[in-house]
Design a protein around this ligand. Sequence first.
Ligand code: HEM
Length: 506
Amino acid sequence: MLTTSEAFIGCLVVFLVYRAAIVVYRLFLHPLASFPGPKLAACSTLYRAYYQVIRDGDHVMEATRLHERYGPVVRVAPNTLHFRDPKAFDDIFKFTSNFTKDPDFYDHLGQSEALFGMPDEEAHKERFKTVADLFSKRFAQLFETNIAANVDPPATYTHMSRKANGPINIARGLRAVALDIIQDFVFDFVPDDLRGMKDEEFDTLFVDTTWDVMDWTAWCFRNFPFALTLSEYLPLSWKRVILPGEAANVESFNVIMKLVEDNVKAGPKWRRDSMISRMAGKFTLSNLTSECMGTMFGGVINLANMLPFGAFCVCSDMELQERLYEELKSVWEDPNEPIPPYSTLFELPVLRGVVKESLRLMHGIIIGPPRVVPEGGAIVNGYKIPAKAVVTTSSLYVHTNPEVFPNPDEFRPERWAKSSDLLKMEKSLVPFSKGRRMCPGREISYMELMIVFAALFRRFKLRPYETTKEDFKWKVYVSLHFTGRFFHANLEPRPDWPAIMKNSST
Ligand code: HEM
């Protein structure tokens, strides 16, 4: 009969032998064993966890450093290859590619059963049918009215410049605008206390939580799923202290679930065509909540990076700001009139360049969502990759390719005016990804960026306040996340925009 300590030692030995066998297999026998990379990364996902959790979102930069050492393909985890050359982005995401989404990644976002993350292409196709119309060009044209309705009214700017004598937190203001727009896309109605622009300080739940969810806790759960299960036993008040990102996630989910329930009850007398009107009655409450939350957060997080970044780049270059102002004035003589249609704005080269540079330098889903190689294997960037391996790369490498974008780190809207390079640049602008699973919200996002920048720079002169380029340094969660101070600016109304002066004194 074994004593307790003997049994314990026996179990420990078996466990260690088992782990050692796994390490030997991964180093010498695994189908990816011949690919270059750090041995530690080949042995265990703890290497990735270290850069994601402990070094807090530094793994894309670490992968970039590894590429400098090991070349265009690096084994960054036991079953994952990371690519650097822009060609790999095309091979992995192109329309004809039959790579599938990696459930191991989408699980931690709570999206593996929603449109955003569903790995099964057939199930995805069926689900997408219910909302496909909402992402069509025709619907985008109708939705333009909703975007303008959120951006145009002078009341919007009353908030933005209520403190006309002092700076405002424009980063939060623009997040609030993006939030209100996407809420009109997702829901039939949203109570005032959840609308970002209803509060003077933009101090509403989702303005906070769409920012707060992006922290190391997401990476902790991605690498240690059991931590997510454990966290479910923690009361929300503890989570707020220990796991703020997860607290923001849970709080949002609960409020969105209630909102979904109330919206569904109010149907079928819908006020407008929306995600909820299309999906109600066809899916479970939990499914509907994941869909609504996925699209809402997806529709805010990227735009809330691009809008403040683009606005900062414009207003920290007075010559560019004046050029944009004059261009806008040429099609929008009286700013008290409604914003000109998107089709007019799209023809403005400076504005178009500002939008494209904001998209390019904020990269979209910079993480490079991982894909699983199908049966029979595949060729990526000239390398033969075995089936079931996970492959990944980032839009970062496509957007900063100096052969397509000379001086790639510089914000240069004028580069988009040169027609000779336009086709090459357009093909290399991939913030919305590519292929069958690319972002269907592209058209709406372009409209939103153009309309918001147009309204802002036609009606105001912006001066950055205690904000520098350093404040836009970032780390990576799903999208990038700024590490500096929030962008503040003084908004000085243009002389022909008196509406705001009257409103801001009320
Ligand atoms: C500048 C803003 C945006 C960027 C950069 C962006 C980027 C992306 C990217 C890269 C993907 C693919 C993710 C993957 O492969 O896992 C995606 C998917 C998605 N996006 Fe966006 N997005 C933006 C705005 C929006 C908006 C405004 C909406 C809604 C109106 C939206 C709805 C979606 C949906 C539903 C998916 C899942 C697509 C599917 O697989 O069926 N996005 N987005």
